[in-house]
Design a protein around this ligand. Structure first.
Ligand SMILES: Cc1ncc(C[n+]2csc(CCOP(=O)(O)OP(=O)(O)O)c2C)c(N)n1
Ligand SMILES: [Mg+2]
Length: 364
């Protein structure tokens, strides 16, 4: 006798096509302007910041910077739907989410300028700082969600990672424990098709990344990550379920990395111009703008006024960043250990003494 022991399915959702035309009936909230116009404002703000950050890096005023270009429709609705008391466990592209949760754009520049004070979001003391080691944040998110569970708090941990991160043991271990303990946790995979120079097809043999959830006993689904409406619907449901004790979810958001991997990369060396052009045809900002224009909720005058306001805000952030006095060199030792090990105490003293000598030499 042979029976089917398990059969699973992964749904894919999209509401707007690449031209911003509805392809199905829209949810009620998308039939009025409030939420979508605000998403559009946040997405364009994030994009203008991104352009500025790259210009700062190119002129030697910022360190290596990972662009958020192409992930706007994933990050903005997610940050907007999270509650203040939820906890964000980000990866290194989620600058806009950090700002929507209370950081200043100046703080984002500070961090990528090498100043750890940029991670101290005073509005959200429990959000975790940027995570550059791939996928390790997914395990931290399990720890955060477990704490909510133990304390009986109705809070949700939200963590993001890339497609490449889903090949790491850390990611799979995190899914496993989240499924076993049914943690209040939402995993969002920004599948932007590339892990630096490794394409999606060379990372995993499964047709979707979302189906990794099935092996862990978790809900998994795929959405068009260039469509804010699809992302909003999936994230809202996942948050509601997690908050209501119904366990974790995995959302694979299909996007495209429109930028180089970081400012230290040159993607023309490994991917074709045609592929990039196809990526731009799907891009999230134009898609939403077309929809808003079609509904009469946005127009050229509003666009110009908003772009002017955005330029002012970003310039202010840049001015504040450049005017921030350099941190004490000893600060790089300060945020990892509750009690610094003796060898690091000695290193800290040496670094500070050397900096003091140089300061005196400059003065004298
Ligand atoms: C543990 C670890 N291994 C390798 C790296 C180097 N690295 C930085 S980004 C990256 C690719 C990540 O790709 P993906 O998860 O798809 O995220 P994306 O950058 O495309 O958003 C790698 C391998 C790292 N940061 N950490
Ligand atoms: Mg990727």
């Amino acid at each position: 006798m042979t029976n089917i022991a398990y059969q699973g399915e992964i749904r894919f959702s999209r509401y707007l096509d690449a031209a911003g035309q509805p392809v199905t009936e829209l949810p009620g909230w998308a039939e009025s302007p409030e939420i979508l116009v605000e998403y559009y404002r946040q997405m364009t703000l994030a994009r203008q910041f991104d352009t500025k950050a790259i210009a700062l890096q190119r002129t030697g005023q910022l360190g290596t910077y990972p662009s958020l270009l192409g992930s706007e429709a994933i990050d903005i609705p997610t940050a907007s739907l999270m509650h203040g008391e939820d906890v964000l466990i980000p990866y290194y592209r989620n600058h806009a989410m950090q700002v929507m949760r209370g950081s200043d754009w100046r703080d984002v520049l500070l961090y990528w300028g090498g100043d750890e004070r940029g991670s101290a979001n005073p509005a959200q003391r429990q959000d975790l700082p940027n995570c550059v080691p791939i996928a390790t944040q997914c395990l931290h998110a399990c720890g955060v969600a477990t704490a909510f569970r133990i304390r009986g708090e109705k809070r949700v941990a939200v963590t993001l990672c890339g497609d490449g991160a889903t090949s790491k043991g850390d990611f799979l271990e995190a899914l496993n424990v989240a499924g076993t303990w049914q943690l209040p946790l939402v995993f969002i995979v920004n599948n932007n098709q590339w892990a630096i120079s490794v394409p999606r097809a060379m990372q995993c043999g499964a047709p979707t990344l979302a189906q990794k959830a099935i092996g862990a006993g978790i809900r998994g689904e795929q959405v068009d990550g260039n469509d804010v409406i699809a992302v909003h619907e999936a994230v809202a449901l996942a948050l509601e379920r997690a908050r209501g004790g119904k366990g974790p979810s995995l959302i694979e958001a299909i996007s495209y990395r429109l930028s180089d991997h970081t400012t230290a990369d040159d993607a023309t060396r490994y991917r074709s111009g045609d592929e990039l052009k196809a990526g731009w045809e799907q891009e999230p900002v134009k898609r939403l703008r077309n929809y808003l224009h079609g509904r009469g909720w946005w127009n050229e005058d509003l666009e110009q006024a908003w772009q002017t306001e955005v330029s002012k805000r970003i310039q202010q952030a840049v001015d504040d960043y450049l005017a921030t006095p350099v941190d004490d060199p000893g600060a790089m030792f300060d945020h990892l250990y509750a009690e610094l090990p003796p060898q690091l105490v000695a290193q800290r003293e040496r670094v500070c003494a050397r900096a003091e000598t140089r300061r005196q030499q400059r003065q004298g």
